[in-house]
Design a protein around this ligand. Structure first.
Ligand SMILES: [Zn+2]
Length: 113
C-alpha cells in the first residue's frame, strides 16, 4: 500500500521537527491532501497508527485537510474548480493543463510538547 510509505515520510518529517524543537511527544499531525495527490485519506488514516507505533508520535491524532483541485485558465486569468489534470475552463471553454492546487501531500502542522 502506497499510503504506508507516504505516511512514513510524513511521520519522519514530523519526528525530525519535533526533535529539532526538543519535544518529548507529538500530539497531533495535520496533513494537507490534494484531491489529485493519489493518496486515499482512509488509507492514510489506517497507516498512521502503524507508522507511529514505537515513536514519540504514538497515540497522536491525525487530521486530514482535503484540498479540492483547482485549474488555472490563462485566458481568463482565473482559477476554477476541476476534477482532473486536464480540465475545461467553465467561462471560456479552453482546455487547460495547469493545476493550481490538488496535487499536494504535505505536512500542514505538528503539535508537540
Ligand atoms: Zn477561461
Amino acid at each position: 500500500m502506497h499510503e504506508v510509505s507516504l505516511m512514513q515520510e510524513a511521520v519522519r518529517l514530523a519526528l525530525e521537527s519535533a526533535q529539532a524543537a526538543g519535544a518529548q511527544h507529538i500530539h497531533r499531525l495535520a496533513l494537507r491532501v490534494g484531491a489529485l495527490s493519489g493518496a486515499v485519506p482512509d488509507a492514510l488514516r489506517f497507516a498512521f497508527p502503524l507508522v507511529c507505533a514505537g515513536t514519540i508520535a504514538q497515540g497522536a491524532t491525525l487530521d486530514i485537510e482535503s484540498v479540492p483541485a483547482a485549474g488555472w485558465c490563462g485566458y481568463c486569468q482565473a482559477e476554477y474548480r476541476c476534477e482532473d489534470y486536464l480540465s475545461e475552463c467553465p467561462r471560456c471553454r479552453q482546455i487547460s493543463a495547469e493545476l493550481r492546487r490538488g496535487t499536494e501531500l504535505e505536512l500542514a502542522a505538528v503539535e508537540v510538547s
